[in-house]
Design a protein around this ligand. Structure first.
Ligand SMILES: Cc1ncc(COP(=O)(O)O)c(C=O)c1O
Length: 581
């Protein structure tokens, strides 16, 4: 052995390891064919895999595990103690006994650029790249490229090439790339499992997800179906809504709510929303039932408008916030109506029932509820999916039959159903993501609180969303109001900031519903909101720097007449109606 190479006898050296001069290795393990440059120190209990390249002047401390095929540039420093001190409490120099070594791992195929510093308790994912000079302060996702101090994701490497993160300055309305890149390994394992077992329809992936989702909603049953629209339609049918019935809902919702009513053979009628929550106003529901309906000689509640029997009500928990359910449930009980919750935008939102004196999850309060797992939802599939939630075994059983051609036993069709099952692959993917829902919702709530705080400086130029004391919203959307919406959206678009409108035309004024014969002015609160609402960027990974920029641009717009004039003069066309929610 070379006199300039210091290798203690307890080092486990693999086959064909190539060592340069002036290195110091003790108590560590180095895999086959790894190459180590000059002035590298590797401490005890550190492990380096096979075919790694460790460049000169790098320091690899105890607690570090480097897997196979990793590249480490020059002068990379690992740290294994978050709170290093020279002396112990008694004033003496610290010894090994005082240290608690923290672990760091560098997964297969990763590369770390020269001069990077890697703090402790960090995992650098498979094939990730850390830019030269970066300071890595938190886990690096597999296949990501990070750089800076603290290191941030620049883009992701996929088999299709590098996926650019939003340009440096652009802030997307919704970022669906980052969460999928972060979970890429777990999600691909689901595909691999489905391919290995050819379990594409039904089976344990679906059943296990259903159990876990029902549990997360505080309900007994979840039945996976092919979309939120089917979930609503099947829930209506399973709860006993008949062809020709009237189902009452709000005009401020996505058209799927009323499509499902029509597809179940019923007729939608509307009541207006509360101007603070944008959800069904219980007072308007009360007025509708009292003044626009009558009880006929057979004791049935009949709508004066259509002459049809009113049997159900669908409160929609829009934007991730529960409707005020206590008074709605009271009215439903008094008038004998079935309540079906449209919880398609409210996974994990909560409502404090003053009546039951406890917080309840949206979806657990009506006879049944519908959830959508459209990709952009708080819990989104990688395609179309939905679920019906209920506490009633009979309803769950009927929904199961409706989704599967009306059969409970293969080829014995008790009723005519639909092809509306949840794919096993989507169920598996949703199950992976369900574990992150609580964290993601908490991040959305944090982001909403940050927007609220920042928007205060605008002196009421924008109306932020309001969250009553009985609500714990999960901010599927962060919706503000302004009288110059188009100008603001144009200004933000030019600044590279995405926005949306949910929804620009209330359902009672949609061409598709001309036959319902509603008119402008029928639902003034909805109509006014539809002209003023705008949804700002909102997703769990939105950073506070991005939010600060959004609010800075808004401030610039509202405080500068010049900016306002320019954004109208240049008449940038509004974003095309890309479906985001
Ligand atoms: C309020 C509301 N209801 C129903 C649906 C229908 O869900 P899906 O798109 O999964 O059919 C959606 C989805 O966008 C929605 O937002």
């Amino acid at each position: 052995m070379d006199e300039f190479v210091c290798i203690s006898p307890d080092v486990k050296l693999g086959r064909d390891v190539k060592l340069s001069k002036f290195i110091n290795l003790y108590g560590c393990e180095i895999g086959d064919e790894t190459k180590i440059g000059a002035f590298v120190e590797v401490q005890k209990k550190a492990t380096i895999g096979k075919r790694c390249k460790i460049s000169s002047h790098t320091f690899i401390c105890e607690g570090v595990t480097i897997e196979d095929n990793v590249f480490i540039g020059h002068g990379v420093i690992f740290i294994n103690d978050s709170y290093p001190r020279a002396t112990a409490a008694n004033g003496n120099l610290q010894t090994e006994a005082d240290w608690k070594v923290e672990r760091t791992e560098v997964k297969k195929g990763a590369s770390i650029g020269s001069g990077a510093t890697i703090l402790s308790n960090i995992s650098i994912g498979e094939n990730a790249i850390v830019g030269a000079g970066s300071v890595v302060t938190k886990d690096v996702a597999p296949n990501s490229i990070v750089a800076g101090n603290p290191a941030k994701v620049l883009r992701y490497r996929t088999e299709f090439g590098d996926l650019e993160m939003s340009q440096q300055a652009a802030i997307p309305f919704l970022d669906l790339v980052t969460p999928h890149a972060e979970l890429a390994q777990e999600l691909t394992a689901v595909f691999q499992m489905a391919l290995r077992t050819a379990g594409f329809i039904g089976g344990t992936m679906v059943e296990e997800f259903e159990k876990a989702f029902a549990n997360s909603c505080g309900a007994k049953y979840a039945v996976g179906v092919s979309s939120g629209t089917d979930a609503l339609r099947f829930a209506l049918m399973a709860c006993g809504v008949q062809a020709g019935d009237v189902v009452v809902t709000v005009p401020n919702t996505f058209i799927a709510t009323t499509e499902a009513i029509s597809q179940a053979g019923a007729l939608p009628e509307f009541v207006d929303i509360d101007e603070r929550t944008y959800n069904m106003d219980p007072a308007r529901l009360g007025e509708y039932l009292e003044n626009q309906c009558e009880v006929n000689s057979s004791g049935r509640l009949i709508s004066r408008r259509s002459g049809r029997r009113v049997t159900a009500v669908i409160p929609v928990h829009l934007y991730g916030q529960s409707a005020d359910m206590d008074p709605i449930l009271d009215l439903a009980e008094r008038y004998g109506l079935i309540v079906i919750e449209d919880a398609c935008q409210a996974h994990g939102a909560e409502y404090f029932s003053r009546k039951r004196k406890r917080w309840m999850k949206t979806g657990s309060m009506g006879r049944a509820a519908a959830f959508s797992f459209y990709p952009g939802k708080n819990l989104g599939a990688c395609g179309e999916a939905g679920a019906v939630i209920t506490n009633e075994g009979g309803i769950a059983k009927t929904v199961k039959m409706l989704r599967d051609h009306g059969q409970a036993t293969k080829y014995y069709h008790d009723l005519e159903g639909y092809n509306g099952r949840l794919d096993a692959i989507q169920a598996g993917l949703l199950h992976v993501k369900l574990d992150y829902l609580v964290k993601w919702n908490a991040q959305r709530r944090d982001r909403a609180a940050e927007y609220n705080r920042l928007l205060k400086s605008l002196d009421g130029a924008l109306v932020p969303p309001s969250e009553p004391s009985w609500s714990r919203a999960v901010y599927h959307l962060y919706v503000v109001r302004t009288t110059d919406r188009e100008g603001l959206m144009n200004h933000l678009k030019k600044a590279g900031i995405g926005t949306g409108i949910h929804y620009p035309i209330p359902l009672h004024l949609q061409k598709a519903y001309t036959s319902l014969q509603y008119r402008l002015g029928d639902f003034p609160v909805t109509e006014k909101a539809a002209a003023e609402i705008v949804s700002l960027p909102m997703f769990p990974q939105l950073t506070s720097q991005q939010q600060a920029r959004v609010v800075e641009e808004i401030l610039q717009f509202v405080s500068s007449p010049a900016a306002r004039q320019q954004s109208t003069d240049e008449s940038v066309t509004l974003p095309t109606a890309e479906r985001t929610a």
